[in-house]
Design a binder for this molecule. Structure first.
Ligand code: HEC
Length: 154
């Protein structure tokens, strides 16, 4: 009885306590290692999250700048309206038309009111230029465009 108890207690206290201590230490080390990894991952994620808005802003700014500076490059709506509605009869360098049925508007250089009258009445009344090709704001916009750009080439 006494021998068995001593052996059991000796084995139990000796090896059991050592293994228990090793496992506890390993668990601690593993826990600390995992904890460090999690913290490191959070720091990395935070740094990426902090940097991304800057990078997006840096990317967006040139795009916005290109969009605003690039928009004047294509033909204005008035230029394309003139080209499709009036360009078959009139020369206007700004709208890239060179027809000779009606007067060359670069030479005539009409003011906006004269163009409006021509659009409403149909040219000077010979009946070649149809009346009312455009109306309202569109007519006014094209009249302003012709008055502004006739003779200027732009
Ligand atoms: C079918 C051909 C034709 C089209 C399309 C046409 N015109 Fe004319 N336009 C003429 C002719 C021809 C005249 C010369 C005057 C006349 O014969 O009535 C003229 C005259 C004009 C004049 C001078 C008017 C004046 O008092 O001397 C202006 C300005 C003008 N056109 C602007 C335009 C505009 C802007 C458009 C498009 C909305 C247009 N024209 C479309 C044939 C055309």
């Amino acid at each position: 009885m006494e021998e068995e108890q001593q052996e059991q207690s000796g084995d139990g206290n000796g090896t059991g306590a050592d293994e228990g201590g090793d496992r506890t230490l390993q668990a601690w080390l593993a826990g600390i290692a995992i904890g460090c990894l999690v913290v490191a991952a959070m720091i990395v994620a935070y740094e990426i999250g902090k940097n991304n808005p800057d990078q997006e802003a840096a990317v967006k700014k040139p795009v916005a700048a290109a969009g605003s500076s690039g928009s004047p490059a294509p033909a204005s709506p008035e230029a394309s309206t003139f080209a499709s509605t009036c360009g078959s009869c009139h020369t206007l360098a700004a709208a890239d038309t060179d027809a000779t049925v009606g007067p060359n508007l670069d030479d005539l250089q009409p003011d906006s009111a004269m163009v409006m009258a021509a659009i409403e009445n149909g040219g000077a009344g010979s009946g070649v230029m149809p009346a009312g090709l455009l109306s309202g704001e569109e007519a006014q916009a094209v009249a302003d465009y012709v008055a502004k750009s006739a003779g200027s080439g732009k």
